[in-house]
Design a protein around this ligand. Structure first.
Ligand SMILES: C[S@@+](CC[C@H](N)C(=O)[O-])C[C@H]1O[C@@H](n2cnc3c(N)ncnc32)[C@H](O)[C@@H]1O
Length: 363
């Protein structure tokens, strides 16, 4: 269902003047980004958010401890970027400034870009040429970011988990009734990270058992979190690298993969799904929850996902992305799984695919 007309991607509809204006926005995008980030960090947007009548440059200088030079360069670019507007001597928060200050999604995205991605993105061309996350070296040695997650600098770590949890948390609420309609007794949470979904399952259903499967480094984080919630009796932990040959356990009646398969290349996704299908009981179901750029109700959603894909390119692994649904569904089918149902629009823009082994696999 890739429909490029949905977001206006099927035509070049800008006038030449609009196009050259947009081109300058791209050429200077890092300046605008850093200015927006500083306006937040220095408290300018928060201050103006509380000023119904707006504030003068001198008042902003006094409130935010800035001299006139510093306030001047920031305020002028904020006007050009429509973050603020000015009437007479009074600066006011514009709608863009409002969302930068108050919208949780915008803030999570901005912090993720600033603290996790910004520096590494300078290595995009190398990453693309070499198929490796060349920007990751700023955080340590490794082929992927995943084993390093627990050891990232505090700000990067907070922003990584903030980004991941913001998107999955909202969708978890919407997915729980759909997953539990399948009547699971034992759920495998593959790529379960710190155990957020596992804990939500145990809150939702007082009998269900959950096993988190993840890399050893994440299992260590999950162990502390699960113990802190007093759930060690119902949430079990299984350290495994899904890219290695280790065989998977097979007791689950529901396998759950949320924001997990986007961590892998197409070939790796097929390999992981084949391995999963081989371990699944005949009647088990695999529930995949993913963000697909071509299933977003708003253009901003498609834009955010296509931009975020470069995080995978430069920092996470060099080979994965947020996929389009059409591309992804073909991989699921290639692995011998049938999609029984699919629903879009969970949380901020997730899709849930409920899959089973193809009938021919257990005839
Ligand atoms: C983006 S997080 C998703 C976390 C969680 N499922 C959610 O929805 O918020 C991806 C998870 O996959 C795990 N992961 C990445 N590569 C893996 C591998 N090769 N084997 C097992 N787990 C892996 C990571 O450690 C991380 O916990």
């Amino acid at each position: 269902m890739t429909d490029s007309s949905r977001y206006g991607y099927d035509a070049d509809s800008l006038t030449a003047l609009e196009a050259i204006t947009e081109a300058q926005k791209i050429a200077f995008a890092p300046m605008v980004f850093q200015a927006a980030s500083s306006l937040c960090e220095l408290g300018v947007l928060d201050f103006l958010s509380g000023c119904r009548q707006g504030a003068t440059q001198d008042e902003i200088c006094a409130q935010c401890s800035l001299d006139r030079y510093a306030a001047g360069v920031l305020l002028d670019l904020a006007l050009s970027a429509r973050i603020l507007y000015r009437q007479g001597e009074q600066y006011h928060l514009g709608k863009i400034g409002h969302f930068l200050t108050h919208d949780p999604m915008t803030r999570v995205n901005l912090h993720f870009t600033r603290d996790v991605c910004y520096q590494g993105l300078a290595e995009l061309t190398t990453s693309l040429r070499e198929g490796r996350p060349a920007g990751l070296s700023g955080f340590g040695e490794g082929k992927t970011i995943y084993p390093l997650l627990g050891r990232l600098p505090q700000k990067a770590r907070d922003s990584w988990f903030g980004f991941d949890h913001f998107y999955s948390d909202g969708a978890f609420k919407a997915a729980l009734p759909r997953v539990f309609a399948l009547g699971p007794k034992h759920v495998y949470d593959v790529g379960g990270n710190t155990g957020k979904w596992a804990l939500r399952c145990c809150e939702y259903d007082s009998d269900v058992q959950v096993t988190i499967l993840d890399l050893p480094e994440q299992i260590a984080l999950a162990r502390d979190n699960v113990a802190a919630h007093g759930m060690a009796g119902r949430i079990h932990l299984h350290a495994v690298d899904l890219l290695c040959d280790a065989t998977l356990p097979g007791e689950a009646d529901v396998w759950w993969m949320s924001q997990f398969l986007d961590c892998f290349s197409e070939a790796q996704i097929v390999a992981i799904l084949c391995k999963t299908a081989a371990a699944m009981q005949p009647q088990a179901r695999l529930c995949i929850m993913e963000l697909f750029w071509d299933r977003q109700p708003y253009e901003a959603g498609a834009f955010s996902l296509n931009a975020s894909s470069l995080y995978f390119t430069c920092l996470a692994n060099g080979t994965s992305r947020f996929y389009g649904a059409e591309q992804f569904v073909a991989l699921v089918q290639q692995a011998g799984l049938e999609i029984e149902s699919q629903v879009d629009g969970l949380g901020v823009g997730h899709t849930l695919l409920v899959c089973r082994k193809a009938a021919s696999d257990f005839e």
